[in-house]
Design a protein around this ligand. Structure first.
Ligand code: ADP
Ligand code: MG
Length: 248
């Protein structure tokens, strides 16, 4: 559609793929729960960035995504928000029982990044919970150096979203402390760094724990050959969303 393409052009959003979902250039039209919208507004997040305009509706549509956008362009929200929405949808359909989950899994190349991502996700989940209008969405941080007993309550009740580093996640999956049997959403953040750091085998092994057909998202600041190869092996009919700096 010409109007959709006009919006993409205006915000320097390059796309590739079949049946592209339209970009949406305001949060209000994205069917985001009111408490999350209010929380974002309070944080000064009022208008979606270009990667969010195209990435969030594409993720909501259930599509695999390769999202390329420069550092600081708001990639984190583009994959955490859809994970939370998926968790809400899943909870409405079939609530998690004791020990189940996660439904969504986000993998980051470093502990620091995992922690930041988890905290942002957790803040949105808290906003949902405090509204009293939505079910509780529980997230878990799986990184080395964290005592899992501190999060035992979340593990026991069932985890909706796990934010993890590859090594720790593999360990938890292998020991059966977490299982990916109900997982439908897998996001790799900073995929370029992840592959550079040699985590590719770990990620493949993590993928082998999935039982359901999964939605796979890959976010990165750059798109080297190895990411393209990895994506072509691990993603299904993906939508490529590439946001350049204005004029770049
Ligand atoms: P990236 O992962 O692409 O490098 P981040 O997701 O870490 O970028 O976001 C960078 C900063 O921009 C964060 O402080 C985040 O809170 C903020 N941010 C994200 N989305 C928006 C938005 N739509 N409007 C304003 N600020 C935003
Ligand atoms: Mg980032």
């Amino acid at each position: 559609d010409e109007e959709h393409q006009r919006v993409r052009d205006q915000f320097h959003i390059l796309t590739e793929g079949d049946d592209l979902p339209p970009p949406i250039n305001n949060f209000a039209d994205m069917k985001i729960p009111r408490p999350i919208l209010d929380y974002l507004k309070k944080k000064g997040i009022k208008k979606p960035t270009p990667i969010q305009m195209q990435g969030i509706p594409t993720a909501f549509a259930g599509r695999d995504i390769i999202g390329i956008a420069f550092t600081g362009s708001g990639k984190t929200l583009a994959f955490t928000l859809p994970a939370i929405m998926l968790a809400l949808e899943s909870e409405a359909r079939l609530p998690l029982v004791r020990g189940e989950g996660p439904v969504g899994l986000i993998i980051c190349p470093s502990r620091e990044l995992a922690r930041q991502t988890y905290e942002g996700c957790q803040a949105m989940c808290t906003a949902l919970k405090e509204s009293g209008e939505y079910p509780e969405i529980r997230s878990l941080l799986c990184i080395g150096g964290i005592n899992m007993a501190d999060q035992g309550d979340v593990l026991n009740k069932g985890v909706h979203i796990a934010v993890a580093t590859p090594g720790r996640l593999m360990d938890m999956l292998d020991k059966g402390r977490l299982n990916a049997m109900n997982c439908k959403y897998l996001c790799m953040d900073e995929a370029d760094r992840m592959i550079d750091m040699g985590f590719e085998e770990d990620v493949r092994s993590i993928m082998s724990h999935f039982k359901f057909q999964r939605q796979t998202l890959l976010f990165s600041a750059t798109m080297p050959r190895r990411i393209q190869d990895f994506a072509s092996q691990s993603l299904v009919n993906p939508v490529l969303v590439n946001v350049g700096r204005a004029g770049a």
